[in-house]
Design a protein around this ligand. Structure first.
Ligand SMILES: Cc1cc2nc3c(=O)[nH]c(=O)nc-3n(C[C@H](O)[C@H](O)[C@H](O)COP(=O)(O)O)c2cc1C
Length: 201
């Protein structure tokens, strides 16, 4: 196994919220999906389903719902109102950018879903696959971001995409070429979050 490569990809993975509209090749998409479905999952039931959205009209509609959902989440009427907030975090500013442009770029959105009755804890069985998808994409120089804020428009998304009620929609992952370079992720130090043998607060 190419351990160094794996660590390089894992160690640099970032949430990408600014995409170019450069197409994602069918081959790259296929490779990413191949890695996605290698993920661990409860009882190996593989109750996951992945809805790949490429039709511009569909993506635009998803983008519209996403923006509505984000504004609901942050209790604002318009994106500009959010951006004008004093002390707005970089993450929120970037999240607003994504919400504004999701309908145009990136060229692919993947909705990761799981059968509600397929496993006892559906969330635990879909997120390893989502992480695999993100790492596989990053390894090919493609960006992603795990999103759930659109769940404020869950019913509208379900109707738009024809997703049956027995399927849980877990995460929407925009997928495309990053429009800018991303530095390494900022994370708390290991010693702040890890203890050994007994909880140390
Ligand atoms: C469960 C979950 C839900 C998330 N939902 C959203 C979202 O709806 N929109 C968004 O822009 N980012 C979302 N994120 C991305 C996080 O904001 C991101 O992982 C975090 O800020 C770290 O970013 P970094 O990896 O670039 O350092 C979500 C992440 C997780 C794990």
């Amino acid at each position: 196994m190419a351990g160094a490569d794996l660590y390089g990809v894992m160690g640099s993975l970032r949430s990408v919220r600014e995409f170019s509209d450069r197409p994602v090749s069918d081959e790259a998409l296929r490779q990413i999906l191949e890695m996605t479905i290698r993920a661990p999952n409860g009882g190996n039931s593989q109750s996951w389903r992945f809805l790949v959205l490429r039709d511009p009209k569909v993506r635009r509609e998803v983008g519209r719902l996403y923006l509505e959902a984000l504004l609901q989440q942050v209790e604002a009427a318009t994106p500009d109102e959010v951006l004008a907030r004093p002390g707005i975090t970089r993450t929120l500013r970037d999240a607003v950018h994504l919400a504004r442009h999701l309908g145009e770029a990136p060229p692919v959105q993947v909705l990761a879903c799981i059968e509600k009755s397929g496993v006892s804890d559906p969330g635990s069985s879909i997120f390893p696959a989502v992480q695999n998808l993100m790492l596989a994409a990053w390894g090919l120089g493609l960006g992603t971001v795990l999103t759930t804020v659109w769940r404020h428009r869950d019913e509208e998304m379900r109707a738009l995409l024809g997703v049956p009620d027995d399927i849980e929609m877990a995460a929407l992952i925009p997928l495309g070429h990053p429009a800018k370079a991303y530095g390494p992720p900022k994370r708390r130090a290991i010693d702040d979050v890890v203890s050994y043998d007994r909880w140390s607060g």
